[in-house]
Design a protein around this ligand. Structure first.
Ligand code: NAD
Length: 358
């Protein structure tokens, strides 16, 4: 029965979506995935070329926008998904500072259109009890923390950037769809992810590539901003757990319990790569670190209390930060052609506006 096992994924050609699709197809042998992605600069359909080639009966890619209501309606009726997992977003804070409107259009309006289409489908199908809509969000909606506290599911929203404000608006819409229409939606708020297929504008892959090319390593402010890092595979497993056992209307925080200062992460990457590349003495990569003017509105610390998902759904992270960081470095070292491909075109032009030409 196809309708019992088809999952509609939005934004599956991006970093977390790609990892989620790969992971889910392996873990759930009866599952089929439809991936709707607009292929912005951050989306790369080639991430899943091998899946499309090797398992065409289990994977379909649809090039399209979550703002295209007609397409959404057609797709939902064609595919009859048992659940929808919504990753599609503009996701980079620095880009949201330079150009906020795209963030409102995709993250807010796009999420509203997706909710409307999914609810209409769910009503037409007679409100199937097992249907779920999972909205993937960020801990950045909670704003910045002092040195001691943790974000819980009841922490008031206090977003700082246009990115986090647009995700906060989307989270509120999703919860309103549950309260107003009984729509079986859930929200997850996750801390910073790292791992394979992450676009090199984000801290960890940016540093890895700059170290490889012996370019300066730009670190915001004094480098003491703290992030709670989670390996992307742990995030994917948490999402699968919420889809399977989460309660409609509920929110679950997801975090790795791995708080690190940005500067410590950068130094750790320098050490890992120096070891791999045989750099030592004056050639050590730490010499490339440059402290640059802080990001406006830069949140000081994020840290997640993941107690609820652990207690209620039994999920906890499996990977140690140091081990998974080393695996991530090795993935980037082994995937030069992927890096060359996604660094061409739009990405290169945007980086030039930030840091000047190479
Ligand atoms: P990403 O930028 O790598 O991928 C986003 C994907 O969405 C891309 O493939 C892009 O083409 C697609 N997309 C953008 N606009 C679209 C539209 N209008 N219609 C259809 N597709 C569109 O992002 P990511 O890092 O994989 O993050 C995925 C989700 O997880 C986002 O919603 C983000 O807010 C959330 N999140 C990310 C992190 C993190 O550390 N990366 C942490 C917590 C939550």
């Amino acid at each position: 029965n196809r309708s019992a096992s088809t999952l509609l994924v939005t934004g599956g050609a991006g970093f977390i979506g790609t990892n989620f699709i790969r992971h889910t197809l392996v873990q759930m042998s009866e599952c089929r995935i439809v991936n709707l992605d607009a292929l912005t600069y951050a989306g790369n359909a080639a991430n899943l070329d091998d899946v499309a080639r090797d398992a065409p009966e289990r994977y379909r890619f649809v090039h399209g926008d979550i703002n295209d209501s007609d397409l959404l309606q057609r797709l939902l009726h064609e595919e009859s998904p048992a659940a929808v997992i919504h990753f599609a977003a503009e996701s980079h804070v620095d880009r949201s500072i330079a150009g906020p409107l795209a963030f409102v259009e995709t993250n807010v309006t796009g999420t509203a259109r997706l909710l409307m289409a999914c609810r209409a489908y769910w009503e037409q199908m007679g409100r199937p009890a097992a249907f779920r809509f999972l909205h993937v969000s960020t801990d950045e909606v909670y704003g910045s923390l002092g040195p001691e506290d943790y974000f819980s599911e009841t922490t008031p929203y206090d977003p700082s950037s246009p990115y986090s404000a647009s995700k906060a608006a989307a989270d509120h819409l999703v919860r309103a769809w549950h309260r107003t229409y009984d729509f079986p939606a859930m929200v997850t708020n996750c801390s910073n992810n790292y791992g394979p297929y992450q676009f090199p504008e984000k801290l960890i892959p940016l540093m890895i590539l700059n170290i490889l090319e012996e370019k300066p390593l730009p670190v915001y402010g004094d480098g003491a901003n703290v992030r709670d890092w989670l390996y992307v595979v742990d995030h994917c497993e948490a999402l699968a757990t919420v889809l399977e056992r989460g309660v409609p209307g509920q929110t679950y925080n997801i975090g790795g319990g791995a708080e690190r200062r940005n500067i410590d992460v950068v130094e750790q990457l320098c050490a890992l790569l120096d070891q791999r590349l045989g750099r030592s003495g004056d050639g050590c990569s730490r010499r490339l670190i440059r402290f640059v003017t802080d990001r406006p509105g830069h949140d000081r610390r994020y840290a997640i209390d993941a107690g609820k998902i652990q207690r209620e759904l039994g999920w906890r992270p499996r990977y140690r930060f140091e081990t998974a960081l080393a695996e991530t470095v090795d993935w980037y070292l082994a995937n030069g052609p992927w890096i060359d491909f996604i660094r061409s075109g739009d990405y290169r032009r945007w980086m030039e506006t930030q840091y000047g030409p190479d």
